[in-house]
Design a protein around this ligand. Structure first.
Ligand SMILES: *Cc1c(COP(=O)(O)O)cnc(C)c1O
Length: 433
């Protein structure tokens, strides 16, 4: 399979090139030239299948021209080694818990897969690989966990100073070794701009292989499409075509879901739920896409004002506003609405949502009310609530701290603070190896 820029003004490339280059020469993001159709037999056998077997079948179709089957088997077995339960909350409302991985956010899927794939592609390579990643909270730790200790790789995690939760910061800054944590005096979008600048810098590219671990990297999206198939499998025979509500930031997760749809998965509408950073809902309303500065919210991993996967999402709908709106329904919710929903669902059912999942729950609830068709809906729980004890004070004080999080609490933080300034970052990246 070949991969092509969404701008379609450069040549199709291999997966390996797409993964290391991130951005095509014409400035566009890579997508598969065509998405593989999964055969009927795959869907017949889906209910009851283990997620790692589903992952192997789906991911093979993207990798098999370049990666031996035995390596694909090994990678999918390693990445999908934790449970992904579908939990029923109300009659027709389910949540897919994506937070049982090592850093307790769904970013673990993309980051672990990407690190193992890059490691395979880089085997025998001569130059040091520098992986740059901007994080709004959860990507940094997932990428750090994925790459920690991998020889020949230096990882640079850029995070916005004071805008990630204390626990998220611990998860980014306590690795040491080949993981370098850098706190930028700015927003997540500033971090993202700096990371993109690094990728394009000719001096850096001369000495090293520079690559990004953000969701502009196609390798992040491929494994994320897997759990949409797995969710439908969890509904069992005759589970129908559920709508999925996705808590959106950079729009990587929902792009992966729509890719699964193009691969033949039957779904209802996709619901793109956002916090007050409502660039996407506004696009749905007005057909105008206007990136802006992000505002800080309690669902901080979604504080994105200029979502980078938007061109991919649009391409999946033929670059047409109307087609897009038929496939995607979008709405935004305030912090107050989010906290109220967490309390309401806790009191109704005993289930504790994290602030990101709660935004998706609100999206699903509002959509189901408006559509009135009694559809089944699945909202994605993208992080464990224990990661957000500060925001959930007085609401969920007795959440048990899982061992993955317990572990980092006592560890010493180590990070560098840099101004939001390309010159300072460049010096830092050139200097350290
Ligand atoms: C990153 C993140 C999101 C947003 O996902 P995108 O793929 O960037 O849209 C939502 N929830 C959590 C917990 C996250 O870490």
């Amino acid at each position: 399979m070949k991969y092509l820029s969404v701008n379609k003004e450069s040549e199709p490339v291999t997966l390996k090139s797409a993964v290391f280059r991130n951005i095509a020469e014409d400035g566009g993001l890579y997508m598969p030239v065509t998405l593989p159709r999964m055969p009927d037999s795959f869907f017949r056998e889906l209910p009851g299948k283990e997620i790692r077997d589903t992952a192997f079948e789906v991911i093979s179709r993207f990798l098999k021209a370049e990666v031996p089957v035995s390596v694909i088997k090994e990678i999918t077995r390693e990445v999908f080694d934790f449970p992904v339960p579908l939990v029923q909350i109300y009659d027709n409302v389910y949540t897919l818990e994506l937070f049982h991985g090592p850093t307790m956010a769904f970013k673990d899927f993309g980051a672990r897969f990407m690190s193992r794939l890059m490691e395979y592609f880089n085997r025998g390579g001569r130059s040091v690989m520098k992986v740059i990643v901007a994080t709004s909270g959860d990507t940094g730790s997932a990428v750090a966990a994925g790459f920690s200790g991998i020889p020949g790789v230096e990882v640079y995690v850029l995070f916005p100073r004071g805008r990630v939760s204390p626990l998220q910061q611990k998860q980014i800054t306590t690795w040491g070794g080949n993981i370098n944590a850098i706190s930028i005096e700015g927003s997540f979008d500033d971090c993202q701009k700096l990371a993109r600048r690094a990728l394009a810098d000719s001096d850096l590219n001369k000495g090293f292989t520079i690559t990004s671990a953000n969701s502009i990297n196609l390798a992040r999206l491929i494994p994320q499409s897997v759990y949409y198939f797995h969710a439908v499998a969890g509904l069992g025979e005759g589970g129908g075509a559920p709508c999925f509500s996705v808590p959106c930031g950079n729009l990587g997760n929902i792009t992966a879901g729509m890719m699964a749809g193009k691969m033949g998965l039957r779904t209802g509408r996709f619901i793109a739920a956002t916090n007050s950073n409502d660039t996407l809902p506004e696009y749905c309303r007005t057909a105008s896409f206007s990136p802006r500065k992000p505002v800080s919210t309690i669902s901080n991993a979604m504080d994105v004002g200029d979502p980078s996967n938007f061109p991919r999402l649009l391409q999946l709908s033929g670059n047409e506003h109307k087609v897009f709106c038929n496939a995607v329904w979008s709405s935004s919710f305030t912090d107050k609405q989010t906290l109220d929903a967490i309390i309401r669902v806790r009191d109704d059912t005993g289930y504790i949502m994290d602030p990101h999942g709660a935004v998706a729950f609100l999206g699903l609830e509002k959509y189901l009310k408006e559509s009135g068709r009694g559809e089944v809906g699945i909202f994605l729980e993208t992080a464990h609530p224990a990661k957000f004890t500060e925001s959930l004070k007085g609401i969920a004080d007795r959440i048990e701290m899982p061992p993955q999080l317990q572990m980092v609490i006592g560890r010493e933080e180590k990070f560098t603070v840099l101004d939001n300034d390309w010159g300072s970052l460049k010096d830092y990246l050139m200097g350290s190896t």
